[in-house]
Design a protein around this ligand. Structure first.
Ligand code: ZN
Length: 482
C-alpha cells in the first residue's frame, strides 16, 4: 500500500467509483477531467488495479457528490458488483492458476446469469479443494471427532476383529506371531502379490497396482520388525473394506484408523490375545511387555492393541499416551477419565502432558530395559501407569504409557512400585510455570528462539488422494508396470 493511502479493498472501491459514475451519467473521460487524472489512470482505479492516493480519493468524492468515507464502504455497491469482485478474486487464486484456464473478464456484456454460474462454480471448487487439503484446524477437528467416536465404543470394532480372524483362518494361520509368509498368502487370497521396491513415491507409504494386482512396499527397514507386515496388511485392508478415494479429511482419517485397526487385529488376533490377557489378569501379572513379546510387535502396537481389548473384554478402563521428549502428546486415548490435556476444540495432539506424569518421568530413568511404574495422584483420581521409552527412525525419543485407575492396578505387574507423584495439572501452578526464583532471575534477561514445526503450517498437498502427489505416483506405477 502507498503511504498515506486509505486502507480499503481496491476492487470494491473501484466498483463503487464506477457504479457512482455511471449512475450520474458521466463518462470515464469526463470524470477523469473533473478529478485531474488521465482516463487510463482512472480506469486502473475502477478495475481495482491501482489504489488512489488520498488526494485523488477526495477529488473523486467531490466530483461524485458523496462523502469520502462512503467510497471506502467495504460493501460492494450492487449484487452485480459483488459477483464481479468475487469472480476476479477467484480467478486470481493460485488454485485457479493451476488449472491453466483463461480468465473471464467480468465486462458489462457478460450476462449476470453467466456471472452467477461462474462464481457459484468457483465457490464449489474452492470448497472441494479445501475439503481435500484440510487446513490444520479442520484436520484437528476431524481427528478429535474420530477420537470421541472411538471412545464411545471403547476403541473396539467387532466387525474388524471378526474380519481379521476370518482372513487369518482362510490363510491357514495357526498360533504364534504372524509370519511374512502368511501375510503373502493373505495377499494372494485377494489376488495380490507383495513386491519390495526402493523407489516408492515420497508421498506414499505403499502403492497398490489394482490393474496388475501388486502391493508395492518399501524395502525392509527394521529386520524382524512388524512394520512391513503391518503396511502390507493395511494396503490389503483398503481393498477388503472396499474403501474409495477419501472425500474429505475426516474420511481419510477414518480409513487410516480402520486399516491400522485391521493390521493390528491380524498381528494380534483377538482370540489368542484374550487367552493370554485373561490368564495374565487371573494371575495378577498383566504386562504390556509380555503382550508385546508374545506377538512379536513393537511396544507401541502392543500398548495400543490393549486399548482395543482391555475395556470391552477385560473390564479394565485405561489410557494410552505417546509422548515426545519435550512432553508433547502425539497420540492419546482414554476411557478411564484421566483427563488428557486438550485445546479449546478438544484436540489433544501437540498438547503437553504434566511433567509429573509417568509419561514424562520415564525419560529420566536410567534403566530402560524394563517398564517404569508410577502411581500419580491427579484431580481426577489416582492412576497407576506403566511407561517405556523408545526411539523413532530419526533418533528422537518418545514414551509409550498405559495407565489405569488405582483400583485396577492390582491386575498388573509393577503395582508394588514405591514411586508416587502428585499432579494438579491443568492448574498452571503444577508444572507449567517456572519456580518464582527462576522467573525472577531470568524473565526479561533471555531470548529463546522457538523451533518451528513445519507440519503445523503446511497443508496437505492436493491429489486424487489427500496428501499424495499424483504425478509422482503415476510415474512410479508406469516404471514398475513394464
Ligand atoms: Zn503438571
Amino acid at each position: 500500500m502507498t503511504p498515506g493511502a486509505p486502507s480499503a479493498d481496491p476492487l470494491t472501491l473501484g466498483r463503487r467509483v464506477r457504479h457512482l459514475r455511471t449512475q450520474r451519467g458521466l463518462t470515464l473521460d469526463q470524470l477523469a477531467a473533473d478529478t485531474g487524472v488521465s482516463a487510463s489512470q482512472l480506469s486502473l482505479v475502477e478495475n481495482g488495479h491501482r489504489e488512489p492516493r488520498l488526494g485523488l480519493l477526495s477529488a473523486l468524492a467531490q466530483a461524485l457528490g458523496v462523502p469520502t468515507a462512503s467510497l471506502l464502504d467495504p460493501e460492494p455497491p450492487t449484487r452485480r458488483a459483488a459477483l464481479e469482485i468475487a469472480l476476479e478474486r477467484a480467478q486470481g487464486s493460485p488454485a485457479y492458476a493451476r488449472l491453466g484456464l483463461p480468465a473471464v473478464r467480468p465486462s458489462r456484456t457478460l450476462p449476470t446469469e453467466a456471472l452467477e454460474a461462474l462464481v457459484g462454480l468457483h465457490g464449489e471448487l474452492r470448497r472441494r479443494d479445501e475439503a481435500a487439503s484440510a487446513t490444520p484446524e479442520e484436520a484437528r477437528r476431524a481427528n478429535t471427532e474420530l477420537r470421541r467416536t472411538m471412545r464411545a465404543v471403547h476403541n473396539h470394532l467387532p466387525e474388524l476383529e471378526e474380519l481379521a480372524e476370518q482372513q487369518l483362518r482362510a490363510a491357514g494361520h495357526g498360533a504364534g506371531p504372524l509370519t511374512h509368509r502368511t501375510v503373502a498368502r493373505m495377499a494372494a487370497e485377494l489376488g495380490l502379490t507383495i513386491l519390495y521396491v526402493d523407489d516408492l513415491p515420497h508421498s506414499t507409504r505403499t502403492v497398490t497396482d489394482l490393474e496388475n494386482g501388486r502391493i508395492y512396499l518399501p524395502p525392509a527397514s527394521t529386520p524382524g520388525g512388524h512394520g512391513l507386515r503391518s503396511l502390507a496388511l493395511q494396503a490389503m485392508a483398503h481393498q477388503l473394506l472396499k474403501h474409495s478415494a477419501p472425500v474429505d479429511y475426516a474420511d481419510f482419517l477414518r480409513q487410516r484408523m480402520e486399516i491400522n485397526y485391521y493390521a493390528a487385529a491380524c498381528l494380534v488376533p483377538r482370540t489368542p490375545a484374550l487367552e493370554l490377557l485373561r490368564a495374565a489378569k487371573a494371575a495378577k501379572d498383566l504386562a504390556v511387555e509380555d503382550f508385546r513379546d508374545a506377538f512379536g510387535i513393537t511396544h507401541e502396537t502392543a500398548a495400543w492393541r490393549l486399548t482395543n481389548l482391555a475395556t470391552r473384554d477385560l473390564d479394565i478402563p485405561l489410557h494410552f499416551l505417546r509422548v515426545t521428549e519435550d512432553g508433547a502428546l502425539t497420540k492419546g486415548y482414554e476411557d478411564d477419565g484421566v483427563g488428557l490435556p486438550a485445546d479449546a476444540a478438544g484436540a489433544v495432539e501437540g498438547q503437553h502432558v504434566c511433567r509429573r506424569w509417568a509419561a514424562r518421568a520415564v525419560f529420566a530413568q536410567r534403566d530402560r530395559t524394563t517398564e517404569f511404574h508410577q502411581y500419580t495422584d491427579t484431580p481426577g483420581g489416582t492412576f497407576w501407569c506403566s511407561a517405556q521409552t523408545g526411539r523413532n527412525a530419526s533418533g528422537s525419543r518418545f514414551s509409550i504409557t498405559v495407565g489405569v485407575p488405582y483400583v485396577h492396578a492390582k491386575w498388573f505387574r509393577g503395582r508394588d512400585t514405591a514411586v508416587r507423584a502428585r499432579s494438579t495439572c491443568p492448574d498452571d501452578g503444577c508444572c507449567k510455570r517456572p519456580p518464582g526464583e527462576l522467573a525472577d532471575r531470568w524473565a526479561g534477561r533471555s531470548w529463546p528462539s522457538a523451533t518451528m514445526h513445519a507440519h503445523v503450517l503446511a497443508p496437505l498437498p492436493t491429489g486424487s488422494f489427500p496428501g499424495v502427489d499424483d504425478a509422482e505416483v503415476y510415474a512410479f506405477l508406469e516404471r514398475h508396470a513394464r
